[in-house]
Design a protein around this ligand. Structure first.
Ligand code: ARG
Length: 562
């Protein structure tokens, strides 16, 4: 429907010598706060300066140039103040929207704007030989959703998990294991044991042997690599279990270790081209003229760095994937780092560096506003968070359904827990810091994942026995019905906006408002046994479909029964 408003406005604006693309016009159109002001409004303030007319005057001229609109979906178009207000023929809006949803089903809202272009989304990227910490949870949740949204918008996506599996810290771990390690202990609980060893070795006195050990890794010493592979294997087993539980999938695991050799070759090239300069025995790229300081790319002992590996990974990915966009979903603390990375790629002459984006995110905070990832001086692990959430979810389920079977309980609890954690994160703008408050996240009331799932289950209980017919008759709409129709019709716009800003919170907030609008409709309008039953059933079904589509973009499964 908004598209129709755009179409009506195109010619009048052109006649007034205003150059705006359809997309720009669409962005200007507002949804008026109350029905007397129409269903869509075009504000004329921003045109006043260019046309040297007052906005009301412009609105009148636009209206005049629209002329007759009998053939359109609008029953009235009026000027009020500086706005041109459009009144939609409500019945046809309802008919069209519900029809679109019921026939397009899981494809409702899907866009083609991506044009099958290739987008790499790199996310999660935890570090091996350590338990999966909560620090990487945000990247996992947000990156997954961004990839879903891009895919739904017509991009071909490649989801990459860039494991932190190389670097000086593993030299430390290997040295520590050689010194204190016991195989028996390792096998009992590999990851926690490795963490213990790491902490024990993270001291000045072991620096030298740690460095030597990493050098051996870089030189691909067989024995050293065997041990490293063993550690990596244990970790991956654990991580993959976690991803499976959370239903997170990757197209490729491509860790830093893939780039040891390539990074060395790149360094040679940089030296030859004199892009790097020597500074106290190490090599740096001077980015001072861009206000980005110096980026260290080779240490004085000749070993590579995080940055060197990232540079060669980017170059290698372009060779292999020819991406049109590459998105790195990584925390805000690496902001400067990514600016340096992209600038260096630009200096190296890679034009595609402009297509690289750091989609950053803020921190999880605890209720006192402190960084959450280390609570009481201890690290917080995802496994504990999931267990805690499952416990809370089970309590809620049992309250409502005391006779629930064990299997039913487990299944529901997992879905509710995922909804709680994912939604608790995604409802916030990713760049904000957010309070990680599990009790709130799991609540069945308020702006939470479980509340939204609950609304879905409620709608499902109405539909359950009744088959929704594709034939339905539309009567005059009540306000609550119309509001639901309008909300449903907005979903495609929301997807586009989220795609453009790589911001899943738009989809999350939309899901919540949609659920609220449905609940109000459900309170106000009888469905079964009413004269409007065929339409209202179709409307309930449409709600289920759209909510399911939007939640799936967040990585959240719905539940038919709760
Ligand atoms: N493993 C890194 C960390 O935990 C994140 C990797 C981010 N991606 C990248 N291409 N640098 O900090």
């Amino acid at each position: 429907m908004k598209k129709e408003v755009v179409n009506l406005l195109k010619k009048p604006l052109k006649d007034l010598k205003i150059v705006l693309t359809g997309e720009q016009i669409e962005k200007t159109i507002e949804s008026p706060p109350s029905p007397e002001m129409g269903d869509y409004a075009f504000p004329c303030f921003s045109l006043a300066e260019k046309l040297k007319m007052n906005p009301h005057e412009i609105a009148l001229q636009v209206r005049e140039k629209i002329g007759d609109f009998l053939e359109t979906e609008f029953y009235d178009i009026q000027v009020e103040g500086s706005y041109v207000n459009f009144f939609v023929n409500r019945k046809s809006l309802a008919r069209q929207t519900v029809w679109d949803i019921i026939t397009q089903k899981k494809n409702y809202g899907r866009a083609t704007i991506g044009n099958k272009k290739k987008a790499i989304v790199e996310f999660s990227s935890p570090n091996i030989a350590k338990p999966f910490g909560i620090g990487h949870l945000r990247s996992t949740i947000i990156g997954n959703s961004i990839a879903n949204i891009l895919e739904f918008s017509g991009y071909k996506t490649v989801r990459i998990n860039y494991l932190g599996d190389w670097g000086a810290q593993f030299g430390r771990l290997l040295a520590g294991y050689r010194k204190f390690g016991r195989e028996k202990e390792l096998l009992k609980d590999p990851i926690n044991y490795l963490l213990k060893i790491y902490v024990k070795t993270n001291k000045k006195q072991y620096e030298k042997i740690a460095r030597e050990e990493f050098k051996k890794m870089e030189e691909e010493d067989k024995k050293t690599l065997m041990l490293w592979k063993l550690f990596k294997g244990f970790t991956m087993e654990d991580f993959k279990k976690m991803y499976k539980l959370l239903k997170i999938k990757f197209d490729a695991y491509e860790g830093e270790s893939n780039y040891n050799k390539k990074a060395k070759a790149l360094l040679e090239e940089l030296k030859e081209k004199k892009i790097v300069k020597k500074s106290q025995g190490a090599y740096v790229i001077n980015l001072e003229e861009y206000g980005l300081g110096n980026a260290l790319v080779e240490k004085s002992d000749g070993t590579t760095l995080y940055a060197t590996r990232d540079l060669s990974a980017a170059i290698d990915r372009y060779k292999r994937y020819k991406f049109d966009r590459m998105i790195y979903e990584v925390g805000q603390e690496q902001k400067l780092y990514f600016r340096q990375l992209f600038k260096t790629l630009e200096i190296l002459g890679y034009k595609w560096s402009k297509d690289c984006v750091h989609a950053d995110h803020g921190l999880y905070l605890d209720k006192d506003g402190k960084k959450f990832s280390t609570r009481k001086g201890k690290m917080v692990f995802l496994k504990d968070i999931i267990d805690e959430t499952l416990g809370l979810a089970k309590k809620e389920i049992k309250k409502r359904e005391p006779s629930v079977s064990k299997r039913g309980l487990d299944e529901k609890a997992l879905k509710i827990a995922i909804a709680a954690i994912f939604y608790g994160d995604l409802k916030n703008n990713r760049q904000n810091n957010i309070v990680f408050d599990l009790k709130k996240f799991v609540s069945f009331e308020g702006d939470t994942g479980p509340y939204i799932l609950y609304s879905y289950a409620r709608a499902s209980s109405i539909i359950k026995k009744i088959d929704v017919k594709e034939k339905f008759q539309v009567y005059d709409l009540e306000d609550k019905e119309l509001e639901l129709v309008k909300k449903l019709s907005q979903f495609p716009e929301v997807v586009l906006a989220a795609q453009q800003s790589l911001n899943p919170s738009l989809v999350a907030n939309y899901s919540y408002h949609l659920a609220q609008t449905f609940n109000e409709f459900y309170h106000g309008c009888r469905v079964l046994g009413s004269q409007q039953e065929t339409f209202r059933l179709a409307l309930v079904q449409s709600f289920r479909q759209v909510l399911k589509n939007s939640m799936s973009l967040l990585g959240i499964d719905v539940l038919d029964k709760m």
